[in-house]
Structures are given as structure tokens and as C-alpha cells.
Design a binder for this molecule. Structure first.
Ligand code: BES
Ligand code: MN
Ligand code: MN
Length: 460
């Protein structure tokens, strides 16, 4: 541990400079206008992996953004860790709400402000630097494979194809990912589950053209009003989702499981104050931690239609739209939920409008084991570097590829995230604490060490 700390201390500034360089690439995967920047980011990641000591570094082309692959070691006597991360980021909008530009990383109050600082550049880059440290110290207890992709924020569909086509190359004993949150530096935690996702877009069409809202208003259904009503009807007075069959496959937690989950530190007043809300909202009968970690949800991510420019224009719009996501939990399936939503949404539409539902991406929920060698190694590593055992929690976010790693490669994942929920992921002023960045770099080599040690004992 002392040697690890020393190496980090000596290379502190360079570790930060390199991350800053990575953060300056606007590698937004959702918008094709950033394609060249995305490609440059992949080049940079590949170069840094090489410099850190990885062999066979390759920029693997896909039908979309490239995947950066690299590895070191093929000792059959050592276990193999597959490190997954993503170098793409969410769009930075709304730009005017950023205190400093999203792609000019800036330190304020010990935190790095930039799009991607926590999600996921700052987090996957800790693995590159921890790997460099182990190579430099001549102490690589496990074989390591890196797979850093550029389409996580748009559903990882090309990575899915890559994984299916490269099963031999990706063979490993565990997938290690830092792309989730922990509770706080005082309360380190390990996420033991991720929600799935079904994301779709709806279009409601009323009259065949925009109309004068005075001449026609009152005689023709306004698709914006109809859409608002239809959306509002998707939750009942207890905030349960009203789509028939929606909860059919939801695995209820046992009483001890619920109890354990609710033992995680959570302060409602702090939570509300951080978000600037006076009251929380959610499914009746469940706590906030349960609502975000173990219950499925339905959210409007965007809703629009009609005139949204400056000033006032009197118009009855022809069309209204919404982007809707549903977060899924075991044992729901995204395709089934997408179909249930589509059928229901069409059914509740009045005859005055036409409804079109277009599915976007999906992903399946996962629960990671807590009795595995890998999970124990992560617990040991965190306990040693934080001086406290990690609390198991359930994450509300989604990383669709995790379920696929399990289904296609048969490999389970450890979610060893060092971000915080308050890091403003996907929001303006995303940040990552420098302390968490260094702490991650110090903790990762301990994971490698304990994973090798515990795998060894287990084999005997
Ligand atoms: N890193 C996040 C997921 C996450 C964040 C999990 C915090 C747990 C805690 C990931 O980059 C992400 O944002 N995923 C998307 C899904 C994707 C298909 C767009 C999400 O959860 O919305
Ligand atoms: Mn992420
Ligand atoms: Mn994300």
C-alpha cells in the first residue's frame, strides 16, 4: 500500500494533466457532428494504453464508434480481469448553464468540472493509471484486458456485436467496471445491481397541419393536450405505473433484503436540499433507496410540440412528441416492456389523434453476486484503502452491456465506482472530485492483488 501511495504521490500532476487532455475531446456519441472528435479520443485512449504498458493495443472499428482494446499477460496460472469503460460522453446541453465550458476542464473547490469527468473518462482512466503503476512496479498479479468503448451513452449496440464476435479474445474471470457511484468518501459502497432500460419516442398527430388556435381551437383535439393527458394517466394516485402487466415479472425483495438495503446511510433532508425540492415523489410503499434501486419506473425525458420560440405565436400544433424511458428491474425484459407500453399507449389514444411509438435502445437489468471471489476482493481492497468496509447498494442507472457480458461471455461483473450521485452526471457542471480520482487509482491495484490471492486460495 505504501508503495502504491508513493507512486501516486510522485505522479499526481501528470495523472491529472493526462485526464484533462482526455476531457478536452468532445466525444459526444449522440450527435454525429462530433464524429471526428470521437475518433481522436479513441486514438488518444489507445496511445495512453500503449504508454502504460499494454500489448496488442488495437482500435477496433465497428459500424459505429471504435472500441479500444489492449491487454497484458496471458499467464494461465493467473486470473484475468477484463476492464470495461466508455470514452464517449453525453451531450453537454444546456450550454448556458455551465459555469465553465464543458470541454475545458477546470478545478474548483478540489473538483474537476467537465463533461465526462465522472461519467466515465475520469473513472476508466483510473484503471489505465493503476495499470501503469502495476507495470512500473513490476507487479501485475492478474492478466489484464481493457475494452473501452465509444457508444455506451447511446446503448452499446455495436459493442454487443463485437462481444459476440470476440468471445475467445475477451475470455476473463471477472469484468471490472468503474462507472457507478458510491455513497460518499466517508461511506464507501459497492453497487450490486443496475437497472435495465426501455427507451422510446412517441408522436401524437392531430390535424394534418398547424392551425390558427383561434379559428380552430375548441373544435379540434390539440395533440399536445392529448399527449399530456395520456402521459399523466401512466401513473395512478399511488404513483404506480398503470400499464397492464408492467409489474408481472418484477422480483419482490425479501424482507431481510429490504431491511439490508435500507440500512445504507440516507438523509432525506440533505437529499431534498441538494435537489432543491420541498417534497419527494414516488411509488407508495417504498423508500427512496428502494424506489431508485429496486423498483421499475417510467419517466418523461423530453416533451415538445408546437411553438417553443421567442414570444407568443397562436398555434394549435399538428404534432406533439415525448421521449419516454422505463427503468427495469429483475426479472423484467426490455422487449416485453416496450411491447406492453406500445400496445397500451395506442389503446388509450382517443380517436381524435394518431399515435406512433418508436423504440430506441434497451438493456436488461442485472444483480451482481456478493459471495464471489471478485466481490470479496473488491470489499477487501476498499476496506484497506478507505479504512472502512463498503456498503452494498443497488444503483438506479443502467449499463446495458453488463447483462450481455453475463449472457454471452458467462462473466460476472464487479461495479467498483468512485463517483458520487451528486457529481451531476448528464447535467450541466458535471464534476469529479480529485480526491476520488487518486483514491480510485490507489484502490484498483489492491483489487488486482486480492483477486489474485483469493482466486488462488479458492483453487486449492
Ligand atoms: N455510468 C452511467 C450509468 C450509471 C450511473 C449507473 C450512475 C449507476 C450509477 C452510464 O453511462 C449511463 O448513463 N447509462 C445510461 C444508459 C444508456 C443506455 C444511455 C443511463 O443509465 O441512462
Ligand atoms: Mn457511464
Ligand atoms: Mn452516462
Amino acid at each position: 500500500m505504501q508503495q502504491i501511495k508513493q507512486y501516486v504521490e510522485q505522479n499526481k500532476q501528470r495523472f491529472l494533466d493526462e485526464l484533462f487532455e482526455l476531457l478536452r475531446f468532445p466525444s459526444v456519441s449522440a450527435d454525429p457532428k462530433y464524429k471526428q472528435d470521437v475518433l481522436k479520443t479513441a486514438d488518444y485512449v489507445a496511445q495512453k494504453l500503449k504508454e502504460a504498458g499494454a500489448d496488442h493495443v488495437e482500435i477496433c472499428e465497428t459500424a459505429g464508434n471504435p472500441i479500444v482494446y489492449g491487454e497484458k499477460g496471458s499467464d494461465p496460472g493467473k486470473p484475468t480481469i477484463l476492464v470495461y469503460g466508455h470514452y464517449d460522453v453525453q451531450p453537454p446541453d444546456p450550454l448556458e448553464l455551465w459555469e465553465t465550458p464543458p470541454f475545458e476542464p477546470t478545478i474548483r473547490d478540489g473538483k474537476i468540472y467537465a463533461r465526462g469527468s465522472a461519467d466515465d473518462k475520469g473513472q476508466f482512466y483510473m484503471h489505465v493509471k493503476a495499470f501503469e503503476l502495476m507495470v512500473q512496479q513490476g507487479n501485475l498479479p492478474c492478466n489484464v484486458k481493457f475494452m473501452i468503448e465509444g457508444e455506451e451513452e447511446v446503448g452499446s449496440s455495436n459493442l454487443g456485436i463485437f462481444v459476440k464476435a470476440n468471445k475467445e479474445r475477451l475470455k476473463a474471470d471477472v469484468v471490472l467496471i468503474s462507472d457507478t457511484s458510491m455513497i460518499s468518501m466517508e461511506h464507501p459502497s459497492l453497487e450490486t445491481g443496475l437497472r435495465g432500460l426501455s427507451y422510446l419516442e412517441v408522436e401524437v398527430t392531430g390535424p394534418n397541419r398547424d392551425l390558427h388556435s383561434g379559428v380552430y381551437g375548441g373544435a379540434v383535439a390539440n395533440p399536445a393536450t392529448i399527449l399530456a393527458k395520456m402521459i399523466a394517466s401512466l401513473h395512478d394516485e399511488n404513483n404506480h405505473i398503470t400499464i397492464p402487466g408492467f409489474y408481472d415479472d418484477v422480483a419482490e425483495l425479501t424482507t431481510p433484503e429490504r431491511k439490508a438495503l435500507n440500512e445504507a446511510p440516507y438523509d432525506e433532508a440533505t437529499y431534498k436540499a441538494d435537489l432543491g425540492v420541498d417534497e419527494l415523489w414516488g411509488e407508495k410503499g417504498y423508500s427512496t433507496l428502494e424506489r431508485t434501486g429496486t423498483r421499475p419506473t417510467l419517466e418523461v425525458n423530453g416533451i415538445w410540440g408546437g411553438y417553443i420560440g421567442e414570444g407568443a405565436k397562436t398555434v394549435l400544433p399538428s404534432k406533439a412528441y415525448a421521449k419516454i424511458s422505463m427503468r427495469l428491474v429483475p426479472d423484467q425484459h426490455s422487449n416485453k416492456i416496450t411491447k406492453l407500453f406500445t400496445d397500451h399507449f395506442k389503446k388509450i389514444a382517443p380517436k381524435s389523434v394518431k399515435v406512433k411509438v418508436t423504440p430506441h435502445h434497451g438493456g436488461e437489468p442485472v444483480v451482481t453476486p456478493t459471495n464471489s471471489v471478485a466481490f470479496k476482493a473488491a470489499q477487501k481492497a476498499i476496506t484497506e484503502s478507505f479504512g472502512k468496509a463498503p456498503i452494498p447498494t443497488r444503483g438506479g442507472g443502467s449499463i446495458p452491456i453488463v447483462a450481455l457480458f453475463e449472457a454471452e461471455l458467462g462473466i460476472k461483473t464487479v461495479l467498483m465506482g468512485f463517483g458520487l450521485d451528486s457529481d451531476a452526471l448528464h447535467s450541466p457542471n458535471e464534476k469529479y472530485d480529485i480526491v476520488n480520482y487518486y483514491k480510485g487509482i490507489e484502490t484498483i491495484p489492491l483489487f488486482h492483488k486480492y483477486f489474485a490471492e483469493l482466486s488462488d486460495t479458492w483453487r486449492l
